[in-house]
Design a protein around this ligand. Structure first.
Ligand SMILES: Cc1cc2nc3c(=O)[nH]c(=O)nc-3n(C[C@H](O)[C@H](O)[C@H](O)COP(=O)(O)OP(=O)(O)OC[C@H]3O[C@@H](n4cnc5c(N)ncnc54)[C@H](O)[C@@H]3O)c2cc1C
Length: 429
């Protein structure tokens, strides 16, 4: 296993508990930090019930309220009937997951920075920066968004700038910077600061980004993220100037008090273009960010990292006889079955919303005026309603929406006029 973040640590625990000998390699020493908002939908406790008893060991906070605003100044506050999001510090949460893997019997090797990887008919060979060599018949690559293993083995060549977001964020103690309402997640979708340079260009489109304030028990996470292509094309400020400007903006509106602390600021990338088509090849399976398992609308990746790590481990345990071809196929099917549809849909929804800033306004309006729908979505986030049920009910409430979203996606991909016309005829049926 390479990478001991949520994907790798979850996979290592599952394998060790199934009696498999596991070595968990990571270049960092734990506890280590990871730039992240640390917000996880509470369905994580339904999917991984063993977590609940362990979370008492770290600082956690839960919220059931979402403050959502759009680029046109529209905003709403949505209250779930009960807590819907768990907030953690990655420094502590990842250490907790690693300790659970080690307790289950996995061997943790830290300071192992993998720089080379190769694969033949019998094994995968990994070489660290300091020249150590590790061999294994199979490898789960959970080494994050820049996955060296995925690139070296040709499973994931890397992300185009449209499929990755640059997220600029600080995690600062509440005595220096705090949100005024720690009972809510604060999210601005299609975020544009007043007079901000990203407003120029294609007038109807929203800025392809978001801003957020996530309350932790003793800290606050504040950040701004943009699709990398958008950031390159449209934003004239440096990452930290953007962050400081955002903090000043929300302070002037009375949403936060205190100052941005530059030392706590870390820009980092998130894959937001959907999972790669083949997350396994030969003797290697890509889990978590390495395989693109992130929700493109919310940039939520921790839950999907844990699910894909667990499915990778299960695929290894359950594939009998264990052959390369059947392993990769089983893993792909398992991912498609459990999280594939929602992650693919999230890409369509993201592109649909960014395609026209008025759509974000309509979403906010809908959240205000259709409490039954927001209740349904919060039931999904909590884990009470499955994605297929949520999807079916949303589509029956807005039957033409799916067609419009697919149209947007095809347009974004630069599909020919003929292809669009053909699609439109089909969608209208
Ligand atoms: C600023 C920001 C905010 C975010 N906010 C949220 C949020 O609020 N909620 C949410 O759910 N998701 C959020 N995400 C996404 C989330 O952080 C990731 O999806 C998640 O961490 C993926 O987990 P992972 O285990 O796949 O990878 P990671 O957590 O990145 O772990 C990868 C591990 O691999 C190790 N590694 C990397 N390369 C090598 C190598 N060559 N050799 C050895 N080890 C290596 C690293 O040290 C690390 O420990 C955010 C991301 C960013 C950047």
């Amino acid at each position: 296993m390479v990478g001991a973040g949520p994907a790798g640590a979850t996979a290592a625990r599952a394998l060790a508990r199934a009696g498999v000998t596991v070595r968990l390699l990571d270049r960092s020493n734990f506890p280590r930090n990871k730039a992240c908002g640390g917000g996880i939908s509470l369905r994580v406790l339904k999917r991984f019930p063993y977590l609940e008893a362990e979370l008492g060991r770290i600082a956690t906070h839960t919220v059931g309220r979402l403050h959502l605003e759009g680029p046109g100044g529209d905003s709403t506050v949505v209250d779930a009937r009960e807590p819907a999001a768990l907030l953690v510090r990655r420094l502590e949460f990842d250490q907790l997951l690693v300790s659970l893997a080690v307790d289950a019997g996995a061997e943790l090797v830290t300071g192992a920075d993998i720089v080379q990887a190769s694969m033949d008919a019998a094994r995968v060979v990994l070489v660290t920066r300091d020249g150590r060599r590790f061999e294994s018949p199979f490898v789960i690559a959970a080494d994050g968004v820049y996955s060296v293993v995925g690139r070296r083995l040709g499973v994931n060549p890397g992300w185009p700038a449209r499929a990755v977001a640059l997220d600029m964020m600080e995690e600062t103690p509440r005595d220096r910077l705090r949100d005024v309402d720690p009972s809510a997640l604060w999210v601005a979708y299609g975020f544009e600061r007043d007079g901000h340079s990203c407003a120029h260009g294609d007038k109807g489109r929203a800025a392809e980004g978001y801003a957020y304030i996530f309350p932790k028990r003793d800290h606050v996470n504040i950040g701004v993220g943009y699709v990398l292509q958008h950031f390159r094309d449209r934003i004239d400020e440096s990452p930290y100037d953007l962050q400081r400007g955002f903090v000043e903006h929300v302070r002037s509106r009375g949403v936060v008090e205190g100052e941005s602390v530059r030392a706590n600021f870390t820009p980092f990338q998130i894959p937001v273009g959907g999972p790669i088509g083949r997350p396994g090849r030969g003797r290697v399976l890509l889990a978590g960010d390495a395989g693109g398992f992130v929700n493109a609308v919310t940039a939520e990746g921790i839950y999907y990292a844990m699910v894909s790590g667990d499915l990778a481990a299960r695929s290894l345990v359950e594939t009998t006889p264990l052959s390369e071809r059947s392993l990769a196929a089983r893993y792909r099917r398992a991912c498609d079955h459990e999280i594939g549809r929602e992650l693919k849909d999230s890409v369509l929804i993201q592109q649909y919303l960014f395609g026209d800033r008025r759509r974000i306004g309509r979403l906010i309006d809908g959240a205000t005026r259709a409490p039954a729908i927001t209740e349904l979505i919060s039931d999904f986030v909590i884990g009470r309603v499955s994605y297929p049920v949520l999807r079916r009910r949303l589509l029956s409430a807005a039957p033409h929406l799916a067609g419009r979203m697919i149209w947007e996606r095809l347009r974004g991909l630069g599909a020919s006029r003929d292809a669009l016309d053909t699609y439109a005829k089909g969608a209208g049926r």
